[in-house]
Design a protein. Structure first.
Length: 187
């Protein structure tokens, strides 16, 4: 059972990690096909999930997802129906970012921290990719067909896959380095 100081510490750490992730998400590197790489914006959520478990990690990631939705609310204006607007809100923001909270799922079952971290990032970033892939294919291509003449699923795969793969690799490397220097941030 957590005492009052532990609960306060958990809330403060999580709030700081949400803030750090939000600030990092504002700095994007645009990719050739589109999409934006936010260098390590998801890593603070991964750290919360590893430190406090997936239940708290999912809650923290959900709060982050709501903030991301509010920051990206102008994207919803492009929807041509209520259903499309709901799908954008859910799959481009709420579900896509909330799944990152599951990244600590391997923290107690892996043989070493590095494999747990990389496995957690790979799984949850892939789940986030799937969310963006679905909206790219089913919604955004309807609104703006791609200029390359590619089939919608192929374009969505390339568009979302390029920056999400880079994000996963960079977050895995950065997370491993941070753990070596400051393991208490994950424990």
């Amino acid at each position: 059972m957590e005492n009052r100081n532990q609960k306060t510490s958990r809330l403060v750490f999580s709030a700081v990690m949400i803030a750090v992730g939000t600030v990092l998400s504002l700095f994007k590197i645009d990719f050739v096909m589109g999409g934006g790489l936010t260098i390590c914006a998801m890593l603070p959520l991964v750290m919360v999930s590893f430190r406090y478990g997936t239940k708290w990690g999912v809650f923290t990631a959900f709060v982050f997802s709501v903030l991301q939705c509010l920051l990206g609310l102008d994207n919803v204006q492009y929807a041509t129906s209520v259903g499309m607007a709901v799908a954008i809100i859910l799959f481009d923001y709420i579900v896509a970012y909330t799944v990152i909270g599951f990244s600590g799922i391997f923290r107690n079952s892996a043989k070493n921290f590095k494999s747990a971290l990389i496995s957690g990032i790979a799984l949850t970033f892939f789940a986030r990719f799937l969310c963006h892939f679905i909206t790219g294919w089913m919604i955004w291509d309807v609104l703006w067909p791609n200029e390359f003449g590619m089939a919608a699923p192929v374009y969505s795969f390339c568009y979302n896959g390029s920056y999400m793969l880079a994000e996963a690799i960079i977050s895995s490397v950065a997370g491993t380095i941070i753990f070596k220097k400051r393991p208490e941030l994950f424990q």
